[in-house]
Design a protein around this ligand. Structure first.
Ligand code: SF4
Ligand SMILES: [Zn+2]
Length: 515
């Protein structure tokens, strides 16, 4: 037996393999501290959840963006060689298998996988046929609902049935995000996204300059971004922007203005941000522009300065999720977008200059949790998309470590005085209600069944929710609060007095009948 478990070199992966074999043979019991020590790439579960990214099948997109690559057999905007694309291709874009295999692989690396943040990528989600969308998401739920079973043979049930099962499943989906264009967001689309269980929408914004959008053939204007942002926020979605510095027609000055707009103009103010500098790819029409000398990328220094300035101006309630896309460097012809570790270079320069980026990602507590730390409840109010955003957080007193956050919104319909606009685009269940768009506790993901020991399950989320209820009731005289709960977090909210109404978890704050 000793021979069977023997490994020639004790890398974490090999030790984990031996540990799983011992578990399978029932020679040892599942032991959390062993898993913690053996966990590879711990960062994967240090934001409190594990991310599972899956790709939709290759499909066309109504856009003709100048910089966007098109490759046969891959969704528009993506390229073979990207890790997520290669995984999806090898499984013929099957959503069930993509989800199941990703969960299994994270488990093998020693990560708890019971809180899954499902990220659906590939093309323009809203352009895919409705039937495909429904089956795709039902299959992902089915994969989570059956991940702990050996068989993959069970038939996929209807979306509603799979969602119901997921409310109490071992692997719960605690968030779903999709990527789409701002001009595809309307009342019907919002309703549909809620039925599917989507909680976060990534929109391709690229720039806040109409002339640059036009030159790049985006096919929409800034006004569509403004409207989409407002409708999504009022419906409780988390809003993530993808922006693209160094586009044809832009300049470092214009890019600086882009970030100023994002963080200072109330029409934008995204919750999350991905900064993807424009890349020259052979598969995109921009390549011809480059060959003809019509387009030239910035130098590394110029691009780094633009991004550094963006980071300097980033408010505490924004999370910069990524800088530079995961495109294999050899596919990018020239320019600083080729430097895959550009983010690290920027972080190192910022360190040398002696300042810190205040964004959420740079302050998440991760594995630095200190149980003796005295946490302070901070509150930051700001106007956004004609409503009021109230950002609540538990942080240390220097505000360097962020433990937990909540985004409360008083929708534009409550704030705006013009009665003709009231509730026009709001889902009915949100009428005269405040809406909690996000509750997140950072630090190592802790299994749903376990209590204590880390940031998660220490009651921080509940305290923030209670504060949000008080603010809604006392300051805004609202008799109702709603939460854009993902399917897998409904149980949690039920336990603290919330009831499912439509696709939201809601609670009455005063003794008046719910409308
Ligand atoms: S909308 Fe997105 S996927 Fe479609 S062409 Fe433009 S960048 Fe590409
Ligand atoms: Zn940051």
């Amino acid at each position: 037996m000793a021979k069977k478990y023997k490994t020639s070199c004790h890398s974490n992966i090999q030790l984990l393999k031996a540990y799983h074999e011992l578990l399978k043979d029932k020679r040892i019991k599942k032991t959390a501290w062993v898993e913690r020590i053996l966990r590879t790439r711990p960062v994967r579960s240090l934001s409190g959840v594990v991310n599972v990214s899956i790709l939709t099948k290759p499909f066309s997109c109504p856009g003709h963006c100048l910089y966007c690559p098109e490759e046969k057999g891959v969704p528009k905007g993506y390229l073979s060689g990207e890790p997520a694309v290669e995984r999806a291709k090898s499984l013929e874009y099957n959503p069930f298998l993509q989800t199941r295999i990703r969960i299994k692989s994270l488990e093998k690396q020693g990560h708890p996988t019971d809180k899954i943040d499902l990220r659906i990528i590939g093309g323009t989600w809203s352009y895919y046929p409705k039937n495909y969308q429904t089956k795709f998401i039902a299959s992902s739920f089915a994969a989570c609902n059956t991940a702990s079973q050996k068989t993959t043979k069970r038939k996929i049930k209807s979306l509603e049935k799979e969602q119901k099962l997921n409310e109490k499943a071992e692997h719960r989906i605690i968030g779903i995000s999709i990527e789409t264009r701002p001009d595809f967001i309307n009342k019907k689309e919002i309703k549909r996204m809620r039925v599917l269980g989507i909680t976060k929408v990534e929109i391709g914004v690229q720039t806040t300059d109409d002339a640059v959008l036009k030159l790049n053939k985006r096919g929409h204007k800034v006004k569509e971004t403004i409207l989409a942002t407002k409708m999504l926020k009022d419906a409780g979605f988390k809003v993530s922007y993808q922006v693209m510095p160094n586009l044809p027609g832009s300049t470092p000055k214009k890019d600086e203005k882009l970030f100023e707009d994002l963080f200072q103009n109330q029409n934008f103010k995204p919750d999350l941000l991905k900064i993807y500098p424009c890349a020259i790819l052979k598969e995109a029409p921009l390549y011809k522009w480059y060959l003809k000398g019509k387009y030239k990328p910035y130098s590394k220094k110029v691009l780094m300065n633009v991004i550094k300035k963006a980071k300097r101006g980033t408010p505490r309630y924004v999370r910069i999720e990524r800088i530079i896309r995961d495109i294999p460097a050899q596919r990018i012809l020239v320019g600083p977008a080729k430097i895959s570790n550009l983010r690290e270079d920027i972080v190192n320069q910022i360190k040398k200059e002696g300042w810190r980026c205040k964004c959420i990602r740079c302050r998440e507590i991760r594995n630095q949790y200190n149980p003796k730390e005295k946490l302070i409840l901070f509150r930051e109010d700001y106007k956004a998309s004609d409503g009021i955003e109230i950002f609540l957080s538990f942080e240390d007193k220097e505000r360097e470590n962020l433990y937990s956050l909540l985004r409360l919104r008083i929708p534009s319909s409550v704030i705006e005085q013009n009665p003709t606009l009231k509730n026009q685009h709001l889902p009915l269940e949100l009428k005269n209600s405040s809406i909690v768009r996000e509750v997140h506790t950072y630090g190592q993901l802790v299994s749903i069944k376990k209590r204590g020991g880390a940031t998660q399950h220490r009651g921080l989320g509940k305290k923030l929710i209670r504060e949000a209820e008080n603010i809604s009731k006392k300051e805004f005289k609202l008799n109702k609060i709603a939460i854009i709960s993902a399917i897998g977090t409904r149980e949690y909210y039920k336990k603290i007095g919330y009831k499912l109404k439509g696709t939201y978890m809601t609670k009455l704050l005063m003794n008046r009948p719910q409308q």
